[in-house]
Design a protein around this ligand. Sequence first.
Ligand SMILES: CCCCCCC/C=C/C(=O)SCCNC(=O)CCNC(=O)[C@H](O)C(C)(C)COP(=O)(O)OP(=O)(O)OC[C@H]1O[C@@H](n2cnc3c(N)ncnc32)[C@H](O)[C@@H]1OP(=O)(O)O
Ligand SMILES: Cc1cc2nc3c(=O)[nH]c(=O)nc-3n(C[C@H](O)[C@H](O)[C@H](O)COP(=O)(O)OP(=O)(O)OC[C@H]3O[C@@H](n4cnc5c(N)ncnc54)[C@H](O)[C@@H]3O)c2cc1C
Length: 670
Amino acid sequence: MAAADWGGKADHLAGERATAQFDVDGMKVAWAGSRHAVEVADRMACLVASDPVFRKDTRTMLSRKELFKDTLKKAAHAWKRTVELHLTEEEANLLRLYIDQPGYVDLHWVMFVPAIKGQGTEEQQKKWLTMAYKFQIIGTYAQTELGHGSNVQGLETTATFDPSTDEFIMHSPTLTSSKWWPGGLGKTSTHAVVYARLITEGKDYGIHGFIMQLRSLDDHSPLPGITIGDIGGKFGSGAYNSMDNGVMRLDHVRIPRDQMLMRLAQVTREGKYVHSDVPKQLLYGTMVYVRQTIVADASRALSRAVCIAVRYGAIRKQFGSKAGGPETQVLNYKTQQSRLFPFLASAYAFRFVGQWLKWLYTDVTQKLESKDFSTLPEAHACTAGLKSVTTSATADAIEECQKLCGGHGYLNSSGLPELFAVNLPACTYEGDNVVLLLQVARFLMKTVSQVASGKQPVGTTAYMGNIQHLMQCKSVVNTVEDWLNPAAIKEVFEARALRMAVNCAQNISKAPSQEEGFSELSPDLVEAAVAHVQLIIVTKFIEKLQEDILGHGVKEQLQKLCGIYALHLIHKHLGDFLSTGCVTARQGSLANERLGKLYAQVRPNAVALVDAFDYTDHYLGSALGRYDGDVYSALYKEAWKDPLNETVVPDGYQEHLRPLLKQQLKLSRL
Ligand SMILES: CCCCCCC/C=C/C(=O)SCCNC(=O)CCNC(=O)[C@H](O)C(C)(C)COP(=O)(O)OP(=O)(O)OC[C@H]1O[C@@H](n2cnc3c(N)ncnc32)[C@H](O)[C@@H]1OP(=O)(O)O
Ligand SMILES: Cc1cc2nc3c(=O)[nH]c(=O)nc-3n(C[C@H](O)[C@H](O)[C@H](O)COP(=O)(O)OP(=O)(O)OC[C@H]3O[C@@H](n4cnc5c(N)ncnc54)[C@H](O)[C@@H]3O)c2cc1C
């Protein structure tokens, strides 16, 4: 499909494509999840790429106001096309994805609608979702405040029930209680799910969700008692500045009682607070849902950066042989491969674990519907941990891809600065990554203590049940080839994760209290959580390889990538593996030797492996990552689009440059 987008010009990467040892179409299916997924994605990507309204090549040159207006235009046009073409939900989601511009619609579909679905009663869902699905109202998710983001229980906004009028009075009692950050709140949303402390009969019942109308549906002005605006410019040009993240103060705003989301708890007409029979953690359910989608976003962002760096690395040449032979493609440098190929492998690893996480989330949701809440803690730990590990690795990798592309990677036209700036906040939003890893650690400590009391763990912690073996086993690896064995790899990851968790639990037990121990040990706990999450990613990659994978050579390439993903982690975290006694120094160096061999095997397939991501040039948005590899013409052409080049002599010459030059000239003549 990218080939169609490229339009049949000279293919500077044809030589690279000719060396591929696998069926790229088969790999596209493995990446996308099914033939159907490839087909729908292709159709939606082409729809976006061929529509001039969705152009984004000059986006980084727009002022904030122009960019915001452009976002409104694109969102409205996307909705028009969705209706005209009767797009399915799957197609409409992909359309939004390929438009590739953060905006209020993300919050509407990804948080507002799911919050009502998860926390609203059937009646509430019927009322609000009917309007939301037709875009008669635009919603956001207003949880974070100026003073508190991570500590949700510390939020200060109040919702005080007034039985005399059957209303809640929504109020921001302090400056720090101002809502701060919600996307779309600044200038666009007409409604929000607002999180506030519920107070009734003089008692504070903690945080609950409420639906509030914020702006008039006639002229968009804020409703009485509501002060609302944008919180200001954010990191990078273009990037997340298309989103109107907002601030909001509430001054005793009244809403009807039935706008409290009442699936988890209710307030009666008389003001009595009544619990439902569902766990109160379901209040956090929307975050679990979104964290799961963020893992898929991370693999996509990482694959885009890798696609740019691999294609450019095959085009870019520096230095030649001493005998005056041809210059070397930078991708052939071993240092380049050892920096870049682990990211290529990580993109595939994150993609597959994201597909598994989506399955896990669906499974948990079905169980919740039949009032089985047993898998909720694991779903929370998996979504929190995977969101954290994948987004941190992705942000670091995009930054490194910029360096891998040298100077040109620093240009906006490489696409990398914007990709970095858009994805960096994923390490913070939907839960700061360290805060989330501490949640995983808490879950691990509980599991260790359950194992100690004889309970058999299940799901992603089932390996902990094998404690007798894993605490004392020695890796059987004796040759470089032994590191090709998935069972050998899995065993050392399991042993490392378990031993790190058990070490933490033992050290916590020596502290005066559990709480003090947890706090003192928190840096180690974060590392133990990372080890557990990396084990999940490695395991899911290995399990993927046990599925039927069609297409010549596809499985073989994935086996190599799986090896690279696991072995690069052993190399990177060798300190963990050595200090917990899971591998010896010799086994560590054999792993590194194996890694070098895998890089050499992946090299002829590298361009085809990024082609399999199936991205159009429009979506990639990079002069360096073009499908046809015509990098230099593209860079040259892009430069002339810069507003500075609109005039030959720059604005400011007459006031500042000419007098300076004239004065210096005069002085030199004295
Ligand atoms: C296209 C994509 C667009 C994306 C756009 C994204 C825009 C961004 C939106 C946002 O950022 S919205 C705001 C997101 N905010 C956060 O993520 C806040 C992070 N903080 C928290 O999640 C929680 O406050 C906390 C850190 C988990 C702490 O909560 P609390 O103080 O209640 O804590 P604990 O005592 O630690 O936990 C109690 C109990 O609850 C369990 N638990 C916590 N979270 C969940 C959950 N999500 N699901 C299920 N269970 C949860 C926790 O494990 C504890 O269980 P027990 O140990 O007591 O059994
Ligand atoms: C681009 C963007 C979009 C957002 N969109 C929305 C939105 O639509 N709706 C919404 O409600 N919110 C939104 N947010 C807010 C976001 O959810 C919060 O910023 C996030 O949850 C982190 O909270 P915080 O900013 O309070 O960070 P803080 O908690 O203040 O973090 C500061 C530092 O303290 C550390 N820290 C905090 N607590 C602990 C602890 N217990 N132990 C150890 N270290 C700790 C963190 O690791 C971090 O390094 C958005 C944020 C961003 C950046």
